[in-house]
Ligand binder design. Structure first.
Ligand code: MSK
Length: 674
């Protein structure tokens, strides 16, 4: 960077590192970036303010007569709300259209990721690639019937197991068909509790195919089509269900079958996992198809020897964003950080290569990489960057390991090119990650009982007050990690067990909340007792963004275990995304709401300009699906809104009063009145 540019950057208003983040490693790297005159997202958040009308949700850009901007009338002016766009679109219509397009984009992102995974799975089933295998046969056999694939055949009058290759091929074909089939409904919807499925059916919101629902939102929200916000929300429901109970759930399942279902393991988190004397490779994005192969390449003797021949002591692989969660939960590879730390990993001066695929990748990485020796490598045909210093190595599942080795070799060759002083923050924390539906069952139910027995029992007896899913991004408009950590500490203090995914899970890892030792320090007495007895952390890391489907299935298992109602909306549970920013978060939030879960977002929701529409999302939907949206920027108040909802559900279930411990079997629990 030239002297002139450095002066220009320095003349701008810069972020105060301590106000920007609660994490000391992040603060250190923001300071270093500012000393070097390198701009990061934290500084840009100071200089670039959000559009005051867009933030209210009432800026309409769907035709060239606009943008029509309809902010709320200035306070004090009374009378009828006469705001309308050139075509007459009301604030409700505009805000609902904008909201629906976020649902469509979020669904498209998760589901296109899922489609790529399904395509690789088909290659594996057809034996067109040797680099990937089916690692989890039990999971394959578990999901096959959900896709209508038989796992047994009758031979000579006897039922025998069907050939695994045949099952895999049929699963792959049936799964891929979910994206574009022309009739019927998504096959996974029947995995939901029966009353919920019936509710969706009655409302006419059963998704037909994943792609179709996304296309229909884009059609309905274009100029002059759907002009009834309630009808638009109906399509939001249908589309988001195609995400949560479709594309995202299929992505999780097929990844588990190919790469192995996670089970709890120990690792570390934060920028301090990078090592000065190692070749540091950061893999960033979302699809584990690439990162699985990078892990295999980086751990190979051939590559480690090659790194040593170049003067390094080894190869340190680190993850960023949800790729981090994918390789953490299956291999224990430590996350170097979450979304807001991607630029900072390069600013350490020790990042030989940052390898990115899809989603949540800042374009400014290329500008930061230019100031260091770091090779920035894009790998996906749909996600390239315009800057000249970016290298594109297209990744192909048919020669996946070869591509991965090429990338790792490039990083190793770059080790000797470090120009600036290396400055890796020392901060990192130990974490236990890799929980899933099956491992929760093992820890809080046991394979012997084969259900969520212990979890339900402890909710009924009050040791555990309820369960919260806390998920989602960081947002540079809020203090990095403060929302996640303050909220989660308040929840566990009040005996609420937390399930977490995405960047929220990385935040928890960085701040030491993912160890069993957390329980006696931060939890209320009931939750602490349960965690100490079974040896789990009070905050369970369930994976990446697409793995929110694990939370849906875990909640479904709670219904099946009995005693807590017949539907997801009966459970004492709540959802949250305290620092959300991505459109994917809106799709996730809406499928949780449509599945019956009270879901609170932090920061703000782009709804303030359309109070009626907002009211419908925050109150009206409860009467239809049992779940509703809410928003609360203050993390303590946010936690207490969730706790109040959990308490309301406990009261409805009749488990709000302390009672003597009664040993119940499943039939007793199912007979409990709700
Ligand atoms: S990476 S979508 S910032 S959670 Fe899945 Fe994090 Fe949000 Fe991206």
């Amino acid at each position: 960077m030239s002297e002139k540019t450095i002066k220009a950057v320095k003349a701008k208003k810069l972020a105060d590192p301590e106000l920007a983040s609660i994490d000391p490693a992040t603060q250190e790297m923001i300071r270093r970036a500012q000393q070097l005159g390198i701009e990061t997202v934290f500084d840009r958040a100071e200089t670039l303010k959000p559009c005051p009308i867009g933030i209210q949700g009432t800026c309409c850009k769907v035709c060239a007569m606009g943008p029509c901007r309809l902010p709320l009338p200035i306070k004090g002016i009374e009378g009828e709300d006469t705001r309308k766009g050139l075509c007459g679109a009301t604030p409700n219509t505009i805000a609902a259209r904008n909201f629906s397009r976020m649902v469509a984009a979020g669904t498209a992102a998760h589901s296109d990721h899922g489609r790529s995974v399904a395509e690789v799975f088909l290659s594996v089933a057809r034996k067109e690639t040797q680099d990937y295998k089916i690692k989890d046969v039990a999971k394959l056999l578990q999901i096959a019937p959900c896709l209508g694939v038989a796992t047994k055949v009758v031979v000579d009058g006897e039922e025998v197991g069907r050939d695994l290759d045949e099952i895999a091929l049929e699963v792959a074909e049936k799964a891929l068909n979910e994206w574009g089939k022309t009739g019927g409904e998504l096959l996974y919807l029947k995995r939901a509790p029966a009353p919920l499925y019936e509710k969706w059916k009655k409302q006419g919101v059963l998704p037909r195919s994943i792609d179709r629902e996304v296309v229909e939102i884009m059609h309905r929200s274009t100029m002059g089509v759907d002009q009834d916000y309630k009808n638009i929300v109906k399509q939001c429901t249908r589309t988001s269900l195609a995400d949560g109970w479709g594309g995202a759930m299929l992505a999780t399942d097929l990844q588990d079958v190919m790469f192995g279902s996670p089970s709890p393991l120990e690792s570390e988190a934060n920028l301090g996992i990078m090592k000065e004397d190692h070749v540091n490779i950061i893999v960033h994005g979302h699809e584990p198809v690439l990162s699985e192969m990078i892990v295999a390449a980086a751990q190979s003797k051939e590559m480690i020897d090659y790194a040593k021949s170049k003067g390094a002591n080894g190869i340190q692989l680190g993850g960023m964003c949800c790729t981090a969660n994918e390789i953490l939960q299956r291999h224990g590879v430590p996350p170097a950080g979450a979304i807001l730390q991607q630029e900072l990993a390069i600013i350490t001066g020790a990042c030989e290569a940052m390898v990115v695929d899809i989603q949540c990748v800042f374009q400014n990485l290329a500008n930061v990489a230019k100031c260091f020796h770091t090779k920035l490598i894009t790998t996906h045909p749909i996600a390239r960057m315009e800057q000249e210093n970016v290298i594109h190595i297209e990744f192909d599942e048919h020669h996946a390991l070869e591509d991965a080795k090429k990338i790792v070799r490039l990083a190793i060759d770059n080790f000797q090119n470090r120009e600036k002083e290396v400055m890796i923050p020392r901060h990192k924390a130990t974490q236990i990650a890799g929980f899933g539906v099956e491992s929760i069952q093992y820890h809080l139910g046991g394979t012997f009982r084969g259900s969520y027995y212990t979890l339900n029992d402890n909710i009924i007896n009050g040791r555990i007050r309820g369960v919260a899913g806390v998920v989602g991004c960081n947002n540079a408009r809020t203090r990095h990690n403060e929302g996640h950590i303050t909220l989660i500490k308040e929840l566990i203090k009040n005996d609420v067990l937390v399930l977490t995914t995405g960047c929220s899970a990385i935040a928890c890892g960085m701040h030491g909340l993912l160890t069993p030792e957390t329980a006696p320090v931060y939890c209320g007495p009931g939750l602490a007792e349960v965690c100490e007895t079974v040896g789990i952390p009070p905050v369970l890391h369930l994976g990446s963004c697409v793995d929110n489907s694990r939370i849906l299935l875990a909640a479904t298992e709670m219904v099946k275990a009995g005693g807590l109602g017949k539907d997801l909306c009966d459970l004492p549970v709540a959802g949250s995304a305290p620092e959300w920013m991505h459109e994917k978060a809106i799709a996730i939030g809406h499928y949780f709401v449509s599945s019956g879960v009270y879901t609170v977002f932090g920061y703000h929701m782009p709804l303030e300009g359309a109070p009626e529409f907002k009211d419908y999302l925050y109150k009206g939907l409860e009467g239809i699906y049992g779940g509703m949206w809410d928003c609360e920027p203050d993390p303590i108040r946010h936690a207490h809104k969730m706790i109040a909802h959990i308490d309301k559900k406990r009261k409805e279930l009749g488990i709000d009063k302390a009672r003597d411990r009664v040993l119940m079997d499943m039939a007793d629990r199912q007979a409990l009145e709700i």
